[in-house]
Design a protein around this ligand. Structure first.
Ligand code: HEC
Length: 471
């Protein structure tokens, strides 16, 4: 199931059982009261937050509709910033990061989310009339990289898809974008990949959704070498609008073979109101020559497609799916994937009587995010662990992503159809490797006195060494 090829992944999700059609009331997590300074000012308290978590997108000609750099830029948006940051993990939150803070693992790479104290500081600042403060307190502006720069750094290889054209008011389109040669003359192991849509839309145009700046909604590509059989094709993580780059585990570089061709078998294009010509670039960052992986990256996509039954005009619709891990597993990436009515997902690990909620997260189909765990916080799950996925759907007019909530919807590729999957990335470990990883994490727990949610067997009693008893 881990090597599902090309487009089949969207359909061949595990047929998990549905635990009835229970209606679940989703309690929106309340931000805990942080310790906001009594009189926060822009220069002292707000600007540092914006520099770290907002200006990557909120600066001229970047992704976001307005710049949030100077006091003059930011002041008119004070109330709106308070509102958006106060949404925490729910749809619409800024920055777009939906991991719930009050449950599950909290340590992720490139986490730009705000702490409760920062959210409280912003709220207090906005409520106090959004004062500028002392100009001398203004932090030095961060060095900006070009807005077109790649998150993974300058790629070693950039492959462009064939170009496409989408009319201003065309219907959505699903299909294959065809093939592109990599021109690669030797096998290389890939450390990271990133997709970039390059299009001729004017820069700096205001758009209510991030999707309004692009025409590719999602794209899947596979790579195959000249003598590969169809089953040998290598599958890569999917591109989605608003999604981040993929940096693979250091020890699990993915092979891109010499002479490989990229094929884009499953692509969804949508009109955005302007005639647009574009193409998709895939940037590859390679490991140094001579690198050999010691592990294989597994795409553990699981969920439930066939049973999706989203009723009209109803909030809090719940689905469940289950998957039993065939090997000892370290999960590297948690990536909820739903469609327009999807608003929340939780992932739970069950092993014997141990049940841990690994993560819960909000979901916004405009901002599909992949969350990469810090190496020493990644779920470490023994073979036989049952992964339990819970999805929550809001098919009412209170969900702005749903075009017409009077429609029932089932499973399918279109955004008006639904999906319920987690696109986990993982590596498998043999028993010795697994025990060594658990021992490392237990050691850390002892040193820090903390807990380790993801390490299911950490602290668990060892089975009796000689059950026969030899004292
Ligand atoms: C990854 C890029 C990105 C980051 C990081 C980001 N934003 Fe945004 N922001 C956007 C985009 C794109 C939009 C418009 C689409 C949307 O609302 O999703 C937006 C919309 C907004 C809006 C609403 C604007 C309106 O027209 O009503 C506010 C307010 C906002 N962002 C504030 C922030 C703040 C404050 C931060 C940091 C704490 C932040 N954003 C971080 C990309 C980003």
């Amino acid at each position: 199931m881990t090597t599902m090829s090309n487009v089949r992944w969207v359909r061949s999700v595990v047929r998990g059982c549905i635990a009835g059609a229970a209606v679940w009331v989703v309690a929106a997590p309340l931000p805990a009261a942080g310790q906001a300074p009594a009189q926060p000012t822009f220069t002292k308290d707000i600007a540092p937050i914006l520099q770290r978590s907002c200006q990557k997108c909120h600066r001229p000609n970047a992704l976001a509709p307005m710049s949030l750099i100077s006091y003059e830029d930011v002041r008119p948006w004070a109330r709106s910033i308070k509102y958006r940051t106060g949404l925490r993990s729910r749809m619409g939150v800024m920055p777009p990061w939906y991991i719930e803070k009050n449950i599950g693992i909290q340590r992720f790479k490139d986490d730009w989310s705000l702490s409760d104290a920062e959210v409280a500081t912003i709220a207090a600042w906005a409520d106090n009339g959004a004062p500028r403060g002392n100009p001398a307190d203004m932090p030095t502006p961060p060095p900006f990289v070009d807005v077109d720069a790649w998150e993974i750094g300058q790629p070693d290889l950039i492959v462009s898809s064939p170009s496409f054209e989408v009319k201003a008011l065309a219907a959505d389109w699903w299909g294959s974008l065809g093939e592109a040669d990599t021109g690669l003359t030797e096998d290389r192991y890939v450390a990271a990949i990133e997709y970039r849509e390059r299009n001729d839309l004017p820069r700096g145009v205001k758009s209510d959704t991030v999707g309004g700046l692009f025409v590719v909604h999602h794209a899947v590509f596979i790579s195959f070498a000249p003598d590969d059989s169809p089953n040998d094709a290598t599958q890569w993580p999917v591109h989605e609008v608003g999604r981040n780059a993929d940096v693979f585990d250091e020890e699990a570089g993915q092979l891109l073979k010499a002479g490989s061709t990229l094929m884009f078998p499953s692509v969804h294009l949508h009109a955005n109101g302007t005639d647009t010509t574009g193409r998709l670039e895939v940037g590859f960052k390679f490991h140094p020559k001579g690198y050999e992986p010691t592990r294989k990256m597994q795409l553990l996509f699981f969920g439930n497609g066939p049973d999706i039954d989203i009723r009209a005009m109803e909030d809090n619709q719940r689905m469940d799916a289950y998957f039993t891990l065939p090997e000892n597993t370290k999960v590297s990436v948690y990536e909820p994937h739903m469609h327009a009515p999807g608003v929340r997902m939780c992932l739970e690990a069950i092993w014997g009587t141990t049940v841990e909620t690994l993560n819960c997260s909000g979901y916004d189909h405009n901002w599909v995010r992949a969350y990469k765990y810090e190496d020493d916080a990644a779920p470490l799950l023994p073979k036989g662990t049952i992964l339990h996925l819970t999805g929550y759907f809001n098919n009412t007019q209170t969900n702005p992503n749903v075009v017409d909530p009077r429609n029932w919807s089932g499973s399918g590729h279109r955004s008006v159809d639904n999906m319920f999957i987690n696109l986990l990335q993982a590596i498998y470990l043999d028993d010795d490797e697994f025990e060594a990883e658990v021992a490392k994490r237990e050691q850390k727990m002892r040193l820090t006195g903390g807990t380790d949610i993801g390490c299911l067997l950490c602290g668990a009693a060892d089975p009796p060494a000689n059950a026969g008893g030899s004292q």
